[in-house]
Design a protein around this ligand. Structure first.
Ligand code: NAD
Ligand code: SER
Length: 338
């Protein structure tokens, strides 16, 4: 049977997936196959073929391999950080076993087609673990190899999967007589992402977008971290641009497998001020949850994304000002007015 060429997006019904499908369908001539436990919004069904299923379902993956020839895989399916702390073993299954299963799919397909499948993996600031707030303030902007001491199950999963991806792209079956064609693994470490069109759930950076979406609906919001908590953030269109640019970067220009990307860093109080400027009637209070606070304190204040800028020309289009004034506020406003 002739396999159909396609791009695969796992976790496609999530925040990034929904944004990615729209952009990818405008630029790619290949059919897009999406896989998620949940359905995707109806308006996206015109531009992709959706399969409702579990990435841990080996039979389903085996069927996909026989039907499709994937050139590119965006493996987005995961349990996010807060959710993972409530179900760490399940998180390990989805985040690690699921990634391993997809890497095996990509390895097998690379071998069969005699050309590497490009495998894009979104990692996270959670791969870092700052030992204390003094270090977080001092080593404000971290490089990819610094402070790789995650304190969450999600962070451990992400860091390990970065290594698994590198293994499958460089060392897989390294002792066999004939080396297989390796897959092409590329990973981004994202900061907290903020979308105007979807609301996050299960993450620890969620207080930023939650504040904004609550205010736009005229609802009060109690922020679960201290006012002085600083994290890096990025607007969703930049996250999609980063995924697409990394996927299409020439292999010879990439000197690393894992790249930090970021846009702006701000404290929770600064976030509140931005939101209050746009929605003056908003009521935002601070009621820190000490456990989630501990996770935020362990994540760096800034990401050093020099390598991405140098190797594949990364540059976010939305700085703090543009993100709020041109993307988030007008679109969120419209969304809730409707
Ligand atoms: P999300 O929670 O909105 O989406 C994840 C999707 O994965 C969900 O639709 C969920 O149904 C699906 N999923 C979970 N388990 C699955 C399974 N077993 N089989 C099939 N599908 C399954 O998250 P998102 O924000 O869209 O994140 C996508 C990816 O980007 C994740 O890997 C996440 O770790 C990473 N990331 C996100 C952020 C962020 O701030 N949103 C930051 C860094 C990294
Ligand atoms: N936004 C994500 C989370 O908080 C970071 O990867 O889990």
């Amino acid at each position: 049977m002739m396999r159909k060429k396609a791009i695969l997006i796992t976790g496609a019904s999530g925040e990034i997936g929904q944004a990615l499908i729209s952009s990818l369908s405008e630029t790619s001539s290949l059919p897009i196959l999406t896989l998620d436990l949940h359905p995707i919004p109806k308006d996206l069904l015109d531009v992709c073929t959706h399969i409702s299923g579990d990435i841990l379902d080996q039979k389903l993956l085996a069927r996909l391999v026989t039907e499709f020839d994937f050139e590119l895989i965006f493996h987005l399916a995961a349990l996010l950080s807060t959710r993972s702390e409530f179900s760490p073993e399940l998180a390990h299954q989805v985040n690690v076993d699921g990634t391993l299963a997809l890497l095996q799919v990509a390895a097998e397909q690379s071998q069969r087609r005699g050309a590497p499948v490009t495998f894009i993996f979104p990692s996270s600031i959670a791969a870092y673990g700052m030992p204390d707030l003094g270090t977080k303030a001092r080593d404000r902007s971290v490089k990819e190899w610094q402070w790789n001491n995650p304190t969450t199950m999600y962070g451990c999963n992400k860091l390990y999967c970065e290594h698994l991806g590198i293994y499958y792209s460089k060392y897989y079956q390294q002792l066999s007589a004939s080396r297989p064609v390796m897959l092409d693994f590329r990973s981004l470490r994202f900061p907290g992402l903020i979308s105007a069109y979807t609301v996050p759930s299960g993450g620890t950076t969620d207080y930023g977008p939650e504040m904004l979406h609550a205010a736009a609906q005229g609802k009060p919001y109690a922020c679960f971290v201290r006012e002085d908590s600083v994290l890096p953030f990025m607007a969703m269109p930049d996250a999609v641009t980063a995924l697409l640019e990394l996927a299409s970067a020439p292999a010879e220009s990439l000197h690393h497998s894992v790249y930090n990307v970021t846009s702006f860093s701000l404290s929770a109080a600064d976030f509140r001020d931005q939101v209050a400027r746009a929605f003056p009637d908003t009521r935002i209070t601070f009621e820190p949850d000490l456990k989630r606070q501990g996770i935020v304190d362990s994540w760096p204040a800034e990401l050093d994304d020099q390598a991405a800028r140098r190797d594949w020309g990364w540059s976010p289009a939305y700085d703090l000002h543009r993100a709020f004034n041109e993307y988030l506020v007008p679109n969120i406003h419209k969304r809730y007015q409707r």
